[in-house]
Design a binder for this molecule. Structure first.
Ligand code: AMP
Length: 175
């Protein structure tokens, strides 16, 4: 079971937060392959093609780039503020534990581009919604959002679905 490969650390990075750590899953060759294969099969079966995968720093890069390779799409990073060298679009967002800003290169998404958004985990949905806003600012179309872990009690996946983004998650855990 994939879910058993995820390590949960209580009270990290601050009291009251249960941190779901995917490094224990990633180091397991079979589990990592299984994650990418399940996502690959799911998205290959969709009628809407994907032009590019957008991964959110930092764990979204690991899953997103492996999936982009498997699906033979391009990969575009959304990074924390100040990391991308060329002209960027930026958006502020609220984390489960804090506030941050994310950025994307303005030339990374062409108008009409069909984008699959990828991250390791969705909690409040603040990060993913800000990422979707950035993609739409550049006139891209968010055709799906994929996460390894959903924390359904925190409510982020429902917020994405309310905006009509199809959400696909491999595991549900308690927030
Ligand atoms: P959110 O914007 O609240 O949906 O938070 C999602 C982002 O924060 C993802 O990039 C996650 O990697 C990280 N994150 C939030 N909560 C947790 C958690 N409980 N365990 C691990 N990562 C988390």
């Amino acid at each position: 079971m994939l879910i058993e490969k995820i390590r949960t650390i209580p009270d990290y990075p601050k009291p009251g937060i249960s941190f779901h750590d995917i490094t224990t899953l990633l180091k397991d060759a079979e589990a990592f392959q299984q994650v990418i294969n399940v996502l690959k099969v799911h998205y290959q079966a969709q009628s809407t093609p994907i032009d590019v995968i957008v991964g959110i720093e930092a764990r979204g890069f690991i899953i997103g780039s492996a999936l982009a390779y498997a699906l033979k799409t391009g990969f575009v990073p959304i990074r924390k503020s100040g990391k991308l060298p060329a002209k960027v679009a930026s958006a502020e967002y609220a984390l489960e534990y804090g506030v941050d800003r994310i950025e994307i290169h303005t030339d990374a998404i062409t108008p009409g581009c069909r984008v699959l958004l990828v991250d390791d985990l969705i909690a409040t949905g603040g990060t993913a919604l800000a990422a979707a806003d950035l993609i739409e600012q550049l006139q891209g179309q968010v055709v799906g959002a994929a996460f390894i872990i959903n924390l359904p009690t925190v409510g982020g996946a429902a917020k994405l679905q309310a905006r009509h983004y199809p959400v696909f998650c491999l595991a549900e855990l308690a927030g």
